[in-house]
Design a protein around this ligand. Structure first.
Ligand code: FAD
Length: 498
């Protein structure tokens, strides 16, 4: 093997696997080694692209050995050190160091942790994070004996959990004044309001069935019993909850505590404090008591913290002077390179602050779709740099318009451009937001225009506008003349919110 072409990709998540697969299949002369701390890797399947870049796909979990080919090898192990000067990496599972000509770090992100005080040991087991399959199973098991849980966070995972958990009282603690604020403004959040307490699937359209999520495993016991999967499993992705029975013991009821955060967690109800809406005699049933900074105290069976993630860059930082963002993500250039020679990064572990983006309608969000997009582009960049042929690289640069397809409360949701007003602070006075809500068809359309040009959109339900709107964001056509008609398909049965 020519060591010049020996490339190492670290991470068995969607960014790492995409990067390694593209490198090995498109470049038979390269030798690619994928190193993953988790024996199960994630891959994209059934990829469909609507319009130019709205990707919809399923996810397969595979045992990593299924990926191997003549020029593609997988090593299950944890990287514990990077010597970027000698271009060597050290694993926890073997003495020999691995040399690389180019390396791509795709080690994902980990949930932000809640800082527990002195009583940490006593309450730790009742605090859950959802990141990988082990976390999800542990959560599911505790939920099956729960009557009330507290969910903290206002992003996609928290919103999804509130919808998916059935037969349980939920206290949803959010720092904003409306739920789902990472994705929705108050008007969009209001659209979902009536689905909050539903104990069954919410969307009445039959054709909106769940995406299939399937798992492929082999009977490789050695690999499945990896001891280090708890900290280093691949992040869950779309439909992670399908197949998990997320049921508690009582009727579902959601209470939202807005504009607040957790102040304290106690194992026993403090003598000098009163639990909100609770009789003294009922206090014994709860595992922990949570005090919020709005003064309320709730007893509950467990807390789920879903307040975001931080990039998982720690193992690479010592002895290397990487440029990092404040939360630890590798800063990369427009060809996916970190500031250290021959070291690239992709997916949740990196942070993008490209000047080039000032004219586009894309921004970074740690999502499955972007992990795939970055892994793919990193592979193209690494190959182009190794072959010293960058003339076609621009063709693969697909970071012009943010596009993400997902589901909330059982509805298909398409997010385009600056869908929630991101990056539109300057010139805000020239912006207008149009909404169309169609209760009968269970649809909501939101469009943001600035100086008559479409900057972002949210499409909820089967609206069939996604391709048109994506194009309007790409080509920045002046829509001033049509403004009020932009979102009107038929004038019947529609009304606009202001
Ligand atoms: P990961 O998938 O986290 O993979 C990281 C890999 O690196 C793992 O294989 C790990 O074992 C390995 N690794 C880590 N450290 C080391 C080391 N030192 N040595 C070797 N290997 C190491 N996104 C969406 O778009 N839609 C959704 O609906 C959605 N839902 C989500 C639900 C949950 C509960 C969670 C947690 C995330 C969700 N996401 C969703 C986000 C999405 O899962 C992530 O953005 C995406 O998986 C990131 O991929 P990645 O390849 O960068 O990292």
């Amino acid at each position: 093997m020519d060591s010049f072409n020996s490339i190492v990709v670290i991470g068995g998540g969607i960014s790492g696997v995409t990067c390694a697969k593209v490198l090995s299949t498109e470049n038979p002369t390269f030798f690619v080694t994928l190193i993953s701390a988790s024996p199960i890797v994630k891959m994209v399947s059934n990829l469909r692209t609507i319009g130019r870049s709205i990707d919809i796909f399923d996810v397969i979990e595979q045992n990593s050995n299924c990926l191997e080919t003549v020029n593609f090898k997988v090593i299950i192990g944890k990287v514990i050190h990077l010597d970027s000067k000698k271009q060597l990496i050290q694993l926890d599972c073997q003495k020999e160091l691995i040399h690389y000509s180019k390396i791509c770090i795709c080690t994902g992100a980990k949930p932000k942790r809640f800082k527990i005080g002195d009583n940490g040991k006593e309450i730790e087991r009742y605090i859950k994070y959802i990141r990988d399959t082990d976390h999800a199973i542990s959560f599911k098991n505790m939920l099956s004996t729960s009557k009330r849980i507290l969910i903290v966070g206002n992003g996609g995972i928290a919103t999804e959990l509130v919808h998916e958990v059935k037969n349980c009282q939920i206290v949803w603690v959010i720092k904003d004044d409306h739920f789902g604020a990472t994705f929705f403004d108050p008007a969009v959040s209001k659209f979902f309001n009536k689905y909050l307490n539903n104990n069954s699937n919410t969307c009445k359209k039959e054709n909106l069935k769940k995406r299939e999520h399937f798992t492929v495993t082999t009977n490789n016991k050695k690999q499945d019993s990896s001891s280090n999967k708890n900290d280093f499993g691949v992040a869950l992705g779309p439909d992670w909850h399908s197949g998990l029975d997320l049921h508690g013991l009582v009727e579902k009821n959601v209470t939202i505590e807005k504009c607040c955060n957790i102040k304290n967690i106690y194992r026993k109800c403090p003598m000098d404090k009163k639990c909100f809406n609770e009789k003294e005699s009922d206090l014994k049933q709860w595992n922990i008591f949570v005090e919020l900074d709005n003064g309320k105290l709730y007893g509950c069976d467990m807390i789920i913290i879903a307040t975001g993630v931080v990039p998982n860059s720690d193992p690479f930082i010592s002895d290397n002077s990487f440029e990092l963002c404040s939360e630890g993500g590798f800063l990369i250039d427009t060809e996916m390179r970190t500031n250290i020679k021959n070291v690239y990064a992709a997916g949740d572990v990196c942070t993008i602050k490209w000047k080039k983006l000032s004219t586009s309608h894309w921004f970074q969000m740690r999502l499955w779709t972007q992990a795939r997009q970055m892994g793919f582009f990193a592979a193209k960049c690494i190959a182009a740099h190794l072959k010293n042929d960058c003339k076609n690289l621009e063709l693969y640069f697909n970071f012009e318009v943010f596009a993400h397809a997902t589901k909330f409360f059982g509805f298909r949701v398409i997010l385009l451009g600056f869908f929630n007003g991101q990056n539109l602070q300057e010139g805000r006075e020239n912006c207008s937001i149009l909404y169309r809500v169609d209760d009968e068809r269970q649809q909501l359309i939101k469009v943001i225009l600035q100086n008559g040009k479409m900057k972002g959109a949210i499409l909820i339900g089967e609206t069939e506008f996604e391709e048109t709107f994506e194009n309007l964001i790409y080509n920045q056509m002046d829509l001033s003349r049509f403004e009020s008609n932009v979102i009107t398909k038929s004038n019947q049965g529609n009304h606009q919110l202001s």
